[in-house]
Design a protein around this ligand. Structure first.
Ligand code: FE2
Length: 402
């Protein structure tokens, strides 16, 4: 941002910039704001590539004071996971377990560019949770859409509208807006998963509603009983290209969500490997979107989910998008370059690429690697703001979505 000069530009004339700031300080008590340099918008170059090697540079020109922008960031599993173990040990030794007073045993990821807010990007919240054997998170329902990306090999469950989904590594379990759900662990070992929500967006819109008064639960009962056969969702929707006609494709009382609530890790792995002989996408490798089987739409109106296979030796071309994307390294290891930073990721690492930063993926490990993605692209598409550009081999920008 330009320095505000205190020296008069023309002797005898009022320095408008200084005078406006002074006037603003006085006017603030009436809750008004005189337009000054301080509220100028960040300027981003749309038609120019910018310097892709300049680390973390988000915008050029004036950046408004007080505006916080998400940064690209990498959470290394080896650094953050010890805190899960510590939380779990503390929970076991406590008179009142954290699930009672904090609702969850987890840490939330905070983007260093957002001043401590509980969010990884403008519209996305991520947490990592641990459930000890016997833990139960009581049944509840809320307006934010949420999902679990399972890190543990086995163990733990989420019960959604009476259907128990047993968790395994790589599973994606949805708790769409307006669905009763509870979580727990009735196994012998602690289980861990990543929670992803559109909470910051709904908070911004003042649209957070949460209900814990589940119909049918009585006394100390905290979890729903199983009212639906296990695996019913698989039976209804797991066969691609075939859709049952006798059900409503609506789950709970929510809106615009997928009725297919449990994507299995092994199915995702098999689907990607079945396509490994394809050329794939030069910017993404072998990539798939998870979609609502009833209409082909993203799983939530606000968030989209996907997975991508980066074959041994694969290097993708640079790409930038107006959406923000959170990545989870589910298998293998590799690198992602983001605006000149290099994230060396390995299993269970999480990183975020916020809007319009150049990035590319490299798998130099000699073995396959797989990333899961969670993105606010569906939201941006709906409001007419999703665009994507790629850098071709001649360093020319090409519009992938214009
Ligand atoms: Fe929830």
């Amino acid at each position: 941002m330009d320095e505000i000069s205190t020296a008069p530009v023309n002797p005898g004339k009022i320095d408008a910039r200084v005078a406006m700031e002074a006037l603003n300080a006085e006017a603030g008590r009436f809750n008004i704001w005189l337009r000054t340099q301080a509220n100028a918008p960040a300027q981003k170059a749309w038609f120019k590539p910018g310097d892709i090697h300049e680390a973390g540079k988000m915008a050029q020109g004036r950046v408004a004071s007080g505006q916080m922008k998400a940064l690209a960031h990498h959470w290394r599993w080896r650094e953050i996971s010890p805190y899960l173990t510590k939380i779990a040990q503390l929970a076991k030794a406590s008179d009142i377990p954290p699930t009672e007073f904090a609702d969850r045993q987890q840490f939330l990821l905070t983007n260093p560019g957002l001043g401590g807010r509980l969010q990884v990007a403008a519209a996305i919240r991520c947490a990592v949770s641990i459930y000890n054997p016997g833990d139960v998170a009581r049944a509840h329902l809320h307006t934010p859409n949420a999902s679990r990306t399972i890190l543990s090999e086995n163990g733990g469950y989420t019960n959604i509208e009476g259907e128990r989904c047993d968790a395994g590594r790589g599973d994606l379990i949805l708790t769409p807006n307006g669905t009763w759900h509870d979580h727990g662990n009735d196994g012998a070992d602690p289980v861990m998963w990543i929670d992803t929500l559109d909470w910051p967006l709904l908070e911004f819109l003042d649209c957070i509603w949460l209900d814990e008064d589940a119909t049918g639960l009585s006394g100390n009962q905290r979890a729903q009983s199983e009212s639906v056969a296990r695996g019913r969702t698989q039976s209804l929707y797991a066969q691609g290209g075939m859709l049952p006609r006798f059900v409503s494709h609506k789950v709970g009382i929510g809106h615009k969500t997928s009725p297919y609530i449990h994507y299995r890790g092994r199915d995702i792995l098999n689907a990607l490997h079945a396509l490994r002989g394809e050329a794939g996408d030069s910017h993404e490798g072998i990539c798939m979107d998870f979609v609502n089987p009833a209409n082909g739409e993203p799983l939530f109106a606000t968030l989209g989910y996907g997975a991508q296979l980066l074959r041994a030796g694969e290097e993708t071309q640079y790409k930038r998008e107006t959406c923000s994307t959170v990545y989870v390294a589910m298998h293998g290891r590799g690198q992602t370059e983001v605006a000149g930073q290099v994230f060396d990721w390995q299993e269970n690492d999480i990183f975020v690429v916020p809007n319009f930063l150049w990035r590319r993926h490299l798998n130099t490990s000699g073995k396959d690697a797989m990333l899961y993605t969670m993105t606010d692209r569906p939201l941006l598409e709906k409001i007419g703001q999703y665009r994507a550009q790629g850098m071709n081999a001649k360093n020319k920008i090409e519009n992938l979505v214009s």
